[in-house]
Ligand binder design. Structure first.
Ligand code: GRG
Length: 285
C-alpha cells in the first residue's frame, strides 16, 4: 500500500505544473517557472480551495482559480521586487527574478503570469459561465480597485509621515483585497448563499489585514534566513508599517483580534472540513 500523504499544497503544485510544464520553451517560460516554483506557501490558493470545499464545492472546480490567483500573486511579487519598486534581491530564499534574468525578462515574466492567470480562469468559465463572477471578483481585487491601487499608494507614501487611515487603505488594497477575493471566489464556486458570501467577505477582510500586520511584524522581528527575503526591508525603503505606527505590542494584539473575529465567523459557517479554520489559525502571532 502507498502511504504517501498528498497534501493540498501538493495538489496545487501539481496543477501549476500542468499550466506551466517543464518543457522550457523560452527564457520567459523558464522565468515564469522559476518564480512560481520557488517555494511560496500557497496561502491564497489554499484559501480558495478551503472556502469552496468547506461549503460543499468541488476541489477540481476551484483549482484553476486557485492556480490563477497564485500566478497573479507571483507576478505581483516579481514586479514588487524590481528596482523601480522595492529593489529587493532575495525572495523566497532565492535571487529575485530581475537578479537572475535581468529587469526586462522579469517584467515580462510577471506580465506573462498575469495573462496566463486570465487564460486559465477563462477556460474554466467556458465550461460553466456561472464561474465568471469568481473571475470578476479576482480581477477587481488585483487591479486598480485593489492590489495595484494599494501598491501605488504604498509607493507614493514612501518617505512621508503616514496616518492611520492611509496605512489601513494601503493594507486593505495592497494585501487584503486579494486574500478577501480568494474567500469570495471560493464561495461563488461552491454556490454559497448571500449570507455565507457576506461572512466570507468579512473573514477575508479580517485575515487579509491580519496577514499584513503579521508581515510587518515579521519584517521587524525575523531574520533574512527565516523569511527568505531581506529583513528590515520596510525601514530600508522608508515605509511606515503597522509596527512603526503603533508599536509591537499593539500590532500583536490587533493581529490576533482580527484572526479571532475571522475564526468566530468561520465557526458560524459550519463548514464540512477544518481547512479554513486551520489556515486562519496559522496566521496568528
Ligand atoms: C506590483 C501590482 C503590484 C503589487 C505588489 C504583493 C505586493 C503588491 C507587494 C509585496 C510586498 C509585501 C511584502 C506585501 C505584504 C504581504 C505579502 C503579499 C507578502 C508575501 O506573501 P506571502 O507571504 O508570500 O504569501 P509567499 O512567498 O509565501 O507566496
Amino acid at each position: 500500500m502507498n502511504n504517501t500523504c498528498i497534501t493540498t499544497v501538493d495538489r496545487i503544485n501539481a496543477a501549476l505544473e500542468k499550466y506551466l510544464p517543464d518543457d522550457t520553451r523560452s527564457v520567459i517560460w523558464d522565468a515564469m517557472r522559476y518564480s512560481i516554483f520557488s517555494g511560496g506557501k500557497r496561502l491564497r490558493p489554499q484559501l480558495i480551495l478551503a472556502a469552496c470545499t468547506g461549503l460543499g464545492g468541488n476541489i477540481d472546480t476551484a483549482m484553476p482559480f486557485a492556480c490563477a490567483v497564485e500566478m497573479i500573486h507571483t507576478y505581483s511579487l516579481i514586479h514588487d521586487d524590481l528596482p523601480a519598486m522595492d529593489n529587493d534581491d532575495l525572495r523566497r530564499g532565492k535571487a529575485t527574478s530581475h537578479i537572475k534574468y535581468g529587469e526586462a525578462i522579469a517584467i515580462l515574466a510577471g506580465d506573462a503570469l498575469l495573462n496566463l492567470a486570465y487564460e486559465v480562469m477563462g477556460e474554466a468559465c467556458e465550461k460553466n459561465p456561472k464561474r465568471i463572477s469568481a473571475l470578476r471578483v479576482i480581477a477587481r481585487a488585483s487591479g486598480a480597485y485593489g492590489m495595484v491601487a494599494g501598491q501605488a499608494a504604498d509607493i507614493l507614501w514612501e518617505n512621508k509621515t503616514i496616518d492611520e487611515s492611509a496605512l489601513i487603505y494601503i493594507h486593505a488594497h495592497k494585501t487584503a483585497a486579494l486574500i478577501k477575493a480568494c474567500l469570495e471566489a471560493g464561495g461563488i464556486l461552491s454556490e454559497a448563499d448571500l449570507r455565507q458570501q457576506s461572512d466570507l467577505s468579512e473573514i477575508g477582510e479580517n485575515l487579509g489585514l491580519a496577514f499584513q500586520i503579521r508581515d510587518d511584524l515579521l519584517d521587524m522581528t525575523s531574520s533574512t534566513e527565516e523569511m527568505g527575503k531581506p529583513a528590515l526591508s520596510d525601514i530600508k525603503n522608508n515605509k511606515a508599517t503597522y509596527v512603526s505606527l503603533f508599536g509591537l505590542e499593539r500590532a500583536n494584539k490587533d493581529c490576533n483580534a482580527l484572526i479571532s473575529r475571522a475564526l468566530l465567523l468561520i465557526e458560524g459557517l459550519r463548514l464540512s472540513n477544518t481547512a479554513l479554520f486551520q489556515l486562519a489559525e496559522s496566521l496568528s502571532v
